[in-house]
Design a protein around this ligand. Structure first.
Ligand code: NAI
Length: 306
């Protein structure tokens, strides 16, 4: 199995490390910066004897090395700085992502593309268009991370293991994302049974701004350990055809009363990519919130096209 990670920055290099350390695939780590992917790949290679891993990693500035990848992960582009929203990255990152997809898709026509670069839902749409791939083969990472953040905050609030908490976050991967308390459970018990509405609202708010919270602490960049771990889970589900149901950004063509746009919904992830979108019935408030979130993604898409 072969995974190409495009962008050897914080998220890309952390993801490459996880894949190689767990030996689930060989990795090609690409970046335009000369020396960075080569240096990081060499460093990771030298950890392999200690990890007991026989996976290989190649750092490169040459796209031809990505040929015949099973999965291409796009983490190339600019991250946020304090005070910036993900949307401020729109034009600069659209250029980067177009360039990356143009150079990788033709070399790996059967790959599944996972888009991480922000604003992610829009970048997924750009990737779909430039690649010409089937929409199931282009999927965005956002919901797995947002749900992991929600799970963490719920676990802390209730003093339970985060492993025992399941959560669902729908909608675009932005400040208007839609955490779903009704479908957020501790061993199957909805948190609506365990916590007051005020406390749930506070956890929902913290989740919505979970990325910004880290940006404001780091000051020099944005989160990458949890983003890499979330992407890793998606890569693994695809490589091993796990059929995991994970919240991912998928191209909606009619489901959730939404057409022609990427947004976060539960998706079955397997070797075919986002093989199936699971449609759940939203209540009135959830529908309103979901539509608002979709409208924000649509606005960005139209900004990009104007
Ligand atoms: P970073 O700045 O550490 O790394 C980005 C890398 O992209 C740099 O090494 C840079 O040289 C490279 N790059 C720039 N232009 C390129 C091009 N044309 N081709 C190839 N490589 C290029 O940034 P970090 O922290 O790794 O974040 C990467 C992206 O992922 C950002 O846009 C960030 O907002 C996004 N992100 C998305 C998350 C999500 O949940 N979807 C979570 C975390 C980050």
């Amino acid at each position: 199995k072969k995974v190409s990670v495009i962008g050897a920055g914080n998220v890309g290099a952390s993801l490459a490390q996880m894949i190689v350390q767990s030996a689930i695939a060989d990795v090609v780590l690409f970046d335009i910066a000369d020396g960075i992917p080569q240096g990081k790949a060499l460093d990771i290679s030298e950890a392999c004897p200690l990890w007991g891993s026989s996976s290989s990693i190649l750092g490169t500035n040459d796209y031809s090395h990505t040929e015949n990848s099973d999965v291409i992960v796009i983490t190339a582009g600019f991250p946020r700085k304090p005070g910036m929203s993900r949307d401020d990255l729109l034009h600069a990152n659209a250029k980067v992502v177009s360039d990356v997809v143009e150079n990788t898709a033709r070399l790996s026509p059967n790959a599944v593309i996972i888009v991480v670069t922000n604003p992610m839902d829009v970048m997924a749409q750009v990737s779909l268009k430039v690649s010409g791939f089937d929409s199931r083969k282009v999927i965005g990472m956002g919901g797995v991370l947002d749900s992991a953040r929600f799970r963490t905050f719920v676990a802390w609030e209730l003093s339970v293991s985060p492993e025992d908490v399941e959560a669902l976050v729908l909608g675009g991967h932005g400040d208007l994302m839609v955490p779903m308390p009704r479908f957020t459970t501790v061993k199957g018990i909805p948190i609506t049974e365990l916590l007051s509405k005020d406390r749930i609202d506070a956890l929902v708010e913290r989740t919505r701004h979970g990325g910004a919270e880290i940006v404001s602490l780091l000051k020099t960049g944005s989160a990458y350990y949890a983003p890499a771990a979330a992407t890793y889970q998606m890569v693994k589900a695809i490589l091993f055809d796990e059929k995991r149901m994970l919240p991912c950004s998928a191209y909606l063509d009619g489901k959730y009363k939404t057409n022609g746009i990427y947004t976060g919904v539960p998706v079955i992830l397997g070797s075919g990519g986002g093989e199936k979108i699971i449609e759940i019935e939203l209540n009135e408030q959830e529908s309103i919130d979901f539509e608002k979130s979709v409208a924000a993604v649509k606005l960005l898409v139209s900004k990009l096209n104007s």
